[in-house]
Design a binder for this molecule. Structure first.
Ligand code: ATR
Length: 271
């Protein structure tokens, strides 16, 4: 049995084990994917141990993505751009290759929703999650505007990525009229921020705009609810979760897994 898993702290909430084990069964792969709770500071030892135990590789999630970036022996171009690693393959020669599939998964999911990658996109946020998404949108050919509560963080991101334009956090609704895509990559999508008002800013949104949130708990975030009420097309975070997982599954188990409606239904059952 080929082994893989997800390293995080906490990790019990992760839907990745359900997803990968479903794919193993569906594609006849003799594999198993397990949750691996690893405390901050213990990542290097955990990776070494898992490699010695014969694991094919792992996903890495909060809070370990930046440390994983520093620990691996080789990085893909996407990981370099994102400054983070979420997928590691243990190579037969004992080295670790780090990839970041968050941004490419996000774009693949938008494309699956027929969202054009050519226009102007506005991304809210400048943390680690925003960086992966912004890098992938730039690489896909979008013109990216970035608004973040702490403007300096957005400026650093633009400098690091060599693309994108920073706009004021207080003024982002004014930029909507020019945008075909709005992405929330702040933690304002999470439960606990249910009271944030998205209705007023969305008044300026053009009718053809797509609105995306990168979190999937809750599946319908306050932003997506407001966008739906306004009649806008919405894309939730579950499709991104599925798309970002595909490259890891292929790298460890040698099969490119399906990302169809049935896969989504499987995950919806557990939310
Ligand atoms: P992640 O790695 O998941 O992106 P992060 O680095 O903590 O996490 O980033 C969280 C993002 O949400 C940041 O863009 C943060 O803005 P700041 O850079 O100004 O901190 C944003 N954010 C969090 N709470 C917010 C709030 N109440 N209003 C606006 N933005 C918020």
């Amino acid at each position: 049995t080929m082994l893989a898993g997800v390293i995080g702290w906490p990790v019990s909430h992760s839907r990745s084990p359900a997803l990968h084990n479903y794919w193993c069964a569906r594609h006849g792969v003799d594999g198993a994917y397990v949750p691996l709770p690893v405390a901050p500071g213990a990542l290097a030892a955990a990776l070494k141990g898992l490699m010695a135990a014969g694991f094919r590789g792992v996903n890495v999630t909060i809070p370990h993505k930046e440390e994983a970036f520093r620990l691996v022996d080789a990085l893909t171009a996407a990981a370099k751009r994102a400054g983070a690693v979420n997928t590691i393959r243990f190579e037969p020669d004992g080295t670790m290759r780090g990839d970041c599939t968050d941004g490419t998964g996000f774009v693949a999911n938008l494309e699956a929703h027929d969202c054009a990658m050519s226009g102007q996109a506005l991304v809210l946020g400048a943390g680690g999650a925003a960086r992966a998404v912004i890098a992938a949108l730039l690489d896909a050919g979008c013109d990216v505007l970035i608004a973040n509560r702490t403007r300096d963080r957005a400026e650093s991101l633009v400098a690091a990525l060599g693309g994108g334009t920073v706009i004021d956090w207080d003024r982002w609704p004014d930029a909507l009229a020019r945008c075909t895509l709005l992405v929330n990559a702040t933690s304002l999508g999470l439960a606990g921020h249910q009271d944030h008002d998205w209705t007023a800013p969305l008044r300026e949104a053009p009718a053809g705009m797509t609105v995306a949130d990168i979190v999937y708990v809750p599946l319908e975030t306050p932003l997506l609810r407001a966008a739906k009420a306004r009649g806008l097309k919405t894309v939730d975070g579950l499709g991104m979760l599925i798309q970002q997982a595909r490259a890891g599954f292929a790298a460890w188990f040698g099969t490119w897994p399906d990302a169809d409606a049935e896969t989504r239904v499987l995950l919806l059952r557990g939310l």
